[in-house]
Structure formats: structure tokens, C-alpha cells
Write a protein of this length. Structure first.
Length: 85
């Protein structure tokens, strides 16, 4: 049962990470296009750059969710040990 919960946690985190990546691309693309030293680049290169930034944001979100899940699990185990004694 624990493996299933871990797999579901990772799947949910990856799904939310992909959603965050798509939304972050929409946010970062206009920001990159407004920078004067990047204005000379073609729009396609800016779109790829925005997507790469968004992927890093999404992966940090995924790792945050997985880390918080692991910390919650450790706290749950620690509280069980305290109540058993």
C-alpha cells in the first residue's frame, strides 16, 4: 500500500508540475520578450528559453511536493514511536 501511495504522490506532483510549467511559460515569455538585450532574438528562441525556465520551476515544484510528502511521512513515523513508548 505504501508503494501505491508513493507512486500516486509522484504522479500528482508530475501532473501539477506540468501544469505549472505550461502556466510559467505563459508568464516568462512576455517577461523575456520585454528585456532589451533579448529583444533582438527571434520569438522561437525566446519561447524555448521560457519553456526551459518553466521546466526548472516545475521540477522544483515537484521536488518540493515529494520532499514535503517525505517529511510528513517521517513526522508520522516519529509520532507513532513516541506514542508507543
Amino acid at each position: 500500500m505504501g508503494g501505491l501511495i508513493n507512486a500516486l504522490t509522484i504522479m500528482i506532483a508530475l501532473t501539477w508540475g506540468l501544469l505549472v510549467a505550461c502556466l510559467a511559460t505563459l508568464v516568462f515569455l512576455p517577461l523575456l520578450a520585454n528585456l532589451p538585450f533579448l529583444a533582438v532574438l527571434p520569438q522561437e528562441i525566446l519561447a524555448v528559453g521560457a519553456f526551459v525556465i518553466a521546466i526548472f520551476v516545475a521540477w522544483s515544484f515537484v521536488f518540493l511536493v515529494i520532499s514535503l510528502s517525505a517529511v510528513a511521512r517521517l513526522l508520522k513515523v516519529a509520532s507513532r514511536r513516541r506514542t508507543v513508548r
